[in-house]
Write a protein that binds this ligand. Structure first.
Ligand SMILES: Nc1ncnc2c1ncn2[C@@H]1O[C@H](COP(=O)(O)OP(=O)(O)O)[C@@H](O)[C@H]1O
Ligand SMILES: [Mg+2]
Length: 213
């Protein structure tokens, strides 16, 4: 039985719908067709990215880093079905004025969780505060949930991990000027939880390269 569907977001790569199947709320993420690509190449790419995201969601779960549970893959529609989280984006929580101490704690926690991903050679590929949700916000122990693993990869290279952080740093300072210490706290969390100094050193090199490019 399938009930009403609500479209939550239409991005460049995917449509996100919220729907109820057998009484369970889920998210359906469908890879959008690109008419500028040859149809068979388009199908191949959409299929690859969809399967890849499903694989990464599974891999992350094994590490104890939260990501939505994967429910099903629809190879015909190029869609994955996953757990729906009634949780705001980290971006909104950090931008809300009311949660002073919590906001700082979430930055530290974000750094810690990224360090766990990196320690297991998982690079998210699109780290922004819109791709992290805050579950259980009203409780004493809110939990970060990472989403949007379409660009994630498995790599042991320092450079890849550094670029993951550079991307976050860039969007973070642009979106969260209200939290000037935010980045520092993320780094503090990263280093406190097996994050490597070498990655941060590489981050500086990547930034210098960007600056002089
Ligand atoms: N499992 C989920 N539960 C609740 N909301 C979600 C879930 N997955 C995605 N969303 C919402 O949809 C938005 C877009 O999803 P995302 O996977 O980041 O796709 P895109 O590639 O378009 O950025 C997210 O920022 C979030 O608000
Ligand atoms: Mg996203």
């Amino acid at each position: 039985m399938r009930a009403a569907t609500t479209i939550l977001s239409r991005g460049a790569e995917a449509t996100i719908e919220q729907l109820t199947i057998f009484g369970k709320e889920c998210i359906k993420k469908t890879r959008i067709k690109k008419s500028y690509r040859h149809p068979s190449l388009d199908e191949k790419l959409r299929k690859e990215r969809m399967s890849h995201e499903a694989k990464m969601l599974h891999a992350v779960k094994e590490l104890g880093v939260r990501a939505p549970l994967l429910y099903a893959i629809d190879h015909h529609e190029m869609a994955i079905y996953m757990e729906y989280l009634d949780a705001p984006r980290l971006k909104h929580v950090l931008q809300s004025k009311t949660k002073g101490k919590l906001r700082e704690e979430l930055c530290v926690e974000l750094g810690k969780q990224i360090a766990t991903l990196h320690a297991h050679d998982i690079v998210h590929g699109d780290l922004t505060t819109s791709n992290v949700l805050v579950d259980k916000l009203k409780t004493k122990k809110p939990e970060l949930v990472f989403i949007d693993f379409g660009l994630a990869s498995i790599t042991s290279k320092l450079e890849d991990k550094a670029v993951d952080l550079v991307n976050l740093k860039k969007t973070f300072s642009a979106t969260h000027s209200e939290l000037p210490r935010g980045w520092e706290l993320i780094v503090q969390g990263y280093l406190s939880n097996s994050g490597k100094e070498a990655v941060l050193k590489q981050l500086k090199e990547v930034e210098a390269r960007i600056r002089y490019a």
